[in-house]
Write a protein that binds this ligand. Structure first.
Ligand SMILES: Nc1ncnc2c1ncn2[C@@H]1O[C@H](COP(=O)(O)OP(=O)(O)O)[C@@H](O)[C@H]1O
Ligand SMILES: [Mg+2]
Length: 226
């Protein structure tokens, strides 16, 4: 599967979640390629820190930030990996459009804040555009940096998503917890970080399981867009 973690909004957790999903899937024995599609190179820095610490599994990572290059390179690399995960950078860029064009799926992180919900509207339009140019694109969204517990902001943000035909919100949500940046800074997932934050680990596990399950279901439904 080729999946883009993308949003037109910066700071929503694309790089943090891309790293966490990639490490989580690699730890589950999958062959993962992480593509850093952002000039800021956050994901590459995370993976360099992971390599410095000698941590296994090693996660393959490349950086492609320009126009057509990601699309062509990802197509070339994809058959060699089970999963290709693209961190598509933080604005409506050619790289984001190229990533939406080449991927099977897109995961849009959003925080329980009005600006992030508005950015979902921009993403919905980009997803529509990509779907007109190609067959099928599964669009999912994940609430990140959520408030702990069942806060009204979390509920309102998920509710606001229903205004758009896509993306579809995951059941799983990721709460704002220090463990996520602390782990990512070392290129680790929260399950590799000590002391262990059990709730962060549960949230990661839930999203790392739900995403491929949704992709599989979508593929078995003939990649139909509902
Ligand atoms: N679940 C989380 N809990 C706490 N901090 C988070 C979480 N997800 C992301 N962050 C922090 O929020 C900031 C933005 O995240 P980042 O992954 O860099 O976003 P993006 O790639 O979308 O710009 C970073 O400082 C990151 O460490
Ligand atoms: Mg980033």
């Amino acid at each position: 599967m080729i999946m883009t973690v993308g949003s037109t909004k910066g700071g929503v957790g694309k790089s943090t979640l891309a790293l966490h999903l990639a490490v989580s899937w690699a730890r589950a024995g999958r062959d993962v390629l992480l593509v850093d599609g952002d000039r800021q190179g956050s994901v590459q820095k995370f993976i360099a820190a992971r390599a410095d610490s000698g941590r296994t599994p090693v996660v393959a990572c490349v950086q492609y930030v320009d126009g057509r290059v990601p699309r062509d390179q990802v197509r070339l690399q994809a058959p060699r990996y089970q999963d290709v995960l693209i961190d598509a950078g933080g604005h409506d860029s050619p790289a984001l459009r190229a990533a939406l064009f080449v991927g099977d799926a897109v995961l849009v992180p959003f925080r329980p804040r009005t600006v992030d919900v508005q950015a979902i509207g921009d993403m919905a339009a980009l997803i529509d555009e990509a779907r007109q140019a190609r067959d099928g694109l599964l669009a999912m969204a994940v609430l990140n940096m959520a408030d702990p517990g069942r806060s009204s902001d979390n509920v309102d943000a998920i509710g606001a998503l229903a205004d758009f035909p896509q993306p579809v919100a995951l059941e799983a949500k990721v709460v704002e917890r220090e463990a996520f940046p602390n782990a990512a800074g070392f290129g680790l997932s929260v399950d590799e970080l000590l002391p262990r934050d059990a709730k962060a680990c549960e949230e990661l596990e839930a999203s790392a399981t739900e995403v491929p399950a949704m992709v599989e279901q979508w593929i078995s439904n003939g990649r139909a867009i509902s």
